[in-house]
Design a protein around this ligand. Structure first.
Ligand SMILES: [Zn+2]
Length: 57
């Protein structure tokens, strides 16, 4: 397990050590989805591209 920080609310998010690039993990605090980037033993996350199905109200 890797402890990373949410890029939005800075809360901790937990990523499995065997997570693979492209995997999506969701922050349990704010719900922001992050895309996992796994290189060697280093796991980082980036904001997942938002897929909004609703435009406007
Ligand atoms: Zn968050």
């Amino acid at each position: 397990m890797s402890q990373l920080l949410c890029l939005v609310c800075k809360d901790e998010i937990t990523v499995d050590q065997d997570a693979t690039t492209g995997e999506i993990v969701e922050c349990s605090s704010c719900g922001q989805e992050h895309e996992v980037h796994a290189a060697a033993d280093v796991i980082t996350v980036e904001l997942a591209p938002e897929i909004e199905e609703t435009w406007g109200e």
